[in-house]
Design a binder for this molecule. Structure first.
Ligand SMILES: O=C(O)c1cc(=O)[nH]c(=O)n1[C@@H]1O[C@H](COP(=O)(O)O)[C@@H](O)[C@H]1O
Length: 235
């Protein structure tokens, strides 16, 4: 079950993984009306990009601030309060109980907190190497339940887990899926990938796409093709 109020175009979130505000502004201008939702993460955020959040919001765009916070509760809460003032729609935290609790309590009324379950560049071996005794699917499911119990607004997971997670948490939580790769595009460092259409069909509400749009010869055409696939999948 996907929230029906979200337009197909608004389900695409383009990751502005670029080295400067100027480069981001140039891409935003090229994409024009084809993209309504942007993500600002480490690369752009640490290069002055957080100043773009209120500017984009003023222009009617939605912004996902992807800082994947994880620290002691007090520090997380204060960071969340600062991000909330920028006018962002989404903010990520890692799905650790203390971190999620602090973020949920500090988020205010307009910012929504997304918990990153297991990074899409991880597989079971990567989790075991990091000291976890769970595999990806078990850890994603356990964290989804914890996030729901703590009042978190949405989850970041791969398309591979989307259908199961949707079944566990129901329709209320937003499911946001990175690791999106249109057929034929380079996988890069991602390990749990899915095409836009299959991810929507699996229950994703939002697709996060970086390189397949940002590095495309024609980013606008790449974004439009993803939106067309979302529409075709019924999203
Ligand atoms: O939170 C995220 O957005 C995120 C979570 C995750 O598990 N995997 C993941 O790739 N992301 C982000 O999604 C984007 C994916 O970029 P591409 O692999 O270039 O499409 C990057 O900005 C990542 O930081």
């Amino acid at each position: 079950m996907k929230p029906t109020h979200v337009e197909s175009r608004d389900r695409l979130i383009v990751a502005l993984d670029l080295s400067s505000v100027e480069a981001a502004e140039a891409l935003i201008a090229r994409l024009g009306d084809s993209v309504t939702f942007y993500k600002i993460g480490y690369q752009l955020g640490y290069a002055g990009g957080l100043a773009l959040v209120p500017k984009l919001a003023e222009r009617g765009k939605k912004v996902f601030v992807d800082l994947k916070l994880h620290d002691i509760g007090n520090t997380v809460a204060k960071g969340v309060e600062s991000i909330a003032k920028l006018g962002a729609t989404f903010l990520t935290v890692h799905a650790y109980p203390q971190t999620m609790k602090a973020a949920a309590e500090a988020r205010g009324s307009s910012l929504k907190i997304l918990a990153v379950t297991v990074l899409t560049s991880y597989d079971d071996d990567d989790l075991h190497a990091a000291g976890f005794r769970f595999g990806v699917s078990d850890l994603v499911e356990a964290r989804a339940l914890q996030a729901q119990a703590l009042g978190i607004d949405g989850l970041v997971c791969s398309g591979e887990e989307a259908a199961t997670v949707r079944g566990i948490v129901g329709a209320q939580m937003a499911l946001v899926t990175p690791g999106i790769r249109p057929a034929g595009s380079a996988v890069g460092d991602q390990k749990r990938i899915m095409t836009p259409g299959r991810a929507i069909a699996a229950g994703a509400d939002y697709l996060v796409v970086g390189r397949p749009v940002v590095e495309a010869a024609d980013p606008k055409a790449a974004a439009e093709a993803i939106v067309a696939e979302i529409v075709q999948a019924g999203g």
